[in-house]
Ligand binder design. Structure first.
Ligand code: GDP
Ligand code: MN
Length: 381
């Protein structure tokens, strides 16, 4: 689970990491009021969970109320890398002389947490890591002992951080490591950690991803996820207990079992279509779950057709087919073409039961996928 920048900053600030004064705003008026209260200049920052917002136009400085209004008006509601911006963080702009990078993550190769420091902050750190790995200093930590002070100082020194701020950077790194441990972080990152001309360090950005499997013991962080629920469909999927990922194509995909759904995704791609989603309804296929899944894909405006790939195992094909028919009964009209492929136990009986006035039945997965891809294209024009 990813926190938003404003949420991660709250967590960081509470732990003692310096962050700029800031207010979250959901409307242009709120943003202007926040800016007036903070004083100019302010940075106005789109709160979407993607990197590179700066380059994509999601971050801008404003020097007065007119500029704040113009920026907020432009950024709120904009589409940023597939996400629509529904809130902005209005922040005291930092006047910086340097942008550093500090981060903590799990080094799976080594099997230990690693703390990282670089003077090359403010840019895409993955690029730096790929092109000039030596520009990032790394220190592995034994989780049994935690990060010793000398380790923090050593990695900061190795990164070539200016002595005037080295102590502060080391202390930010130590706090970040402790947070990462105590709050079950997957990745914790400050990029950039800004250095001001009077040698203060400030976390101008904040990334904190929480280990999903540990959310049960981080209830306050889990609550932040609910607050986040940016995508309505993803929120619905969560409510229904589906594994769901929204994608950018036009063919909706529903199946029971992750492998089956992945295969269907691959085949859609193979036949020249683009998947609109990954939706795994899990074992069995009871009518209500099928109806919930259909409702989700019907509600997705990107999906122009649906391919249903069901394998009858313990749940027999005829039961699944009855479930699908019952699910279809819950809709007054079937708004987009639905293609069903049934396999496994009692598949043939299932195919005979399915109501072919409302769904198209195909014997093979290949034929079902091709039919859905073609149907979706027809709608697209
Ligand atoms: P990201 O692009 O999504 O990682 O967003 P960041 O928060 O890292 O901001 C990207 C860049 O915007 C920073 O590296 C800065 O160059 C600039 N920026 C962000 N906040 C401020 C600020 O308060 N003052 C100034 N001058 N620039 C900022
Ligand atoms: Mn950043």
């Amino acid at each position: 689970m990813k926190l938003h920048e404003y949420q991660a900053k709250e967590v960081f600030a509470e732990a003692g990491i310096p962050t700029p004064a800031a207010t979250l705003a959901r409307t242009v008026d709120e943003a202007v009021t926040a800016a007036e209260e903070l004083g100019y200049p302010v940075a106005i920052k789109a709160q979407v969970q993607v990197g590179g917002r700066g380059k994509a136009g999601g971050i801008e400085l404003a020097a007065d109320a007119d500029e704040a209004r113009a920026v907020a008006d432009r950024v709120l509601g904009m589409e940023l890398k597939g996400y629509s911006v529904d809130r902005v963080l209005v922040e005291d702009a930092v006047d910086f002389v340097n942008e550093l990078y500090v981060g903590v993550t799990m080094d799976r190769g080594v099997g230990r947490p690693v703390a990282m420091v670089s003077t090359r902050g403010g840019v895409n750190i993955e690029e730096v890591a790929a092109e000039e790995p030596d520009a990032i200093a790394r220190e592995h930590v034994d989780p049994a002992f935690g990060m010793f002070d000398y380790q923090a100082r050593k990695v900061v020194h190795e990164a070539g951080i200016d002595r005037a701020v080295a102590g502060d950077v080391a202390s930010v790194l130590t706090t970040l490591y402790e947070l990462w441990t105590e709050r079950d972080g997957a990745d914790a990152e400050i990029n950039p950690l800004m250095v001001t001309d009077d040698n203060e360090v400030v976390a101008a950005d904040a990334v904190f991803n929480v280990d999903d499997d540990a959310l049960f013991r981080q209830p306050d962080l889990a609550e932040m996820e609910e607050e986040t629920a940016g995508d309505e469909l993803e929120a619905k999927a969560h409510e229904y207990g589906f594994d769901y990922v929204r994608l950018e194509g036009n063919v909706g995909i529903i199946g029971n079992g992750a492998g089956l759904v992945m295969t269907t995704l691959d085949l859609v791609d193979h036949y020249g279509g683009r998947p609109a989603n990954f939706l795994d309804i899990g074992g069995g296929a009871r009518a209500q779950r099928v109806a919930n899944a259909l409702e989700m894909v019907f509600a997705d405006e990107n999906a122009d057709a649906v391919v249903f790939n069901i394998f009858g195992g313990i749940t027999r094909g005829d039961e699944v087919a009855t479930g699908i028919n019952e699910a279809l009964d819950q809709f007054d009209a079937i708004p987009k073409p639905v293609v069903v492929r049934l396999a496994g136990t009692k598949a043939r009986a299932g195919m005979e039961i399915l109501d072919t006035d409302r769904v198209r039945v195909e014997e093979t997965l290949e034929a079902a996928v091709q039919a859905a891809v073609t149907a979706a294209e027809g709608v697209d024009g």
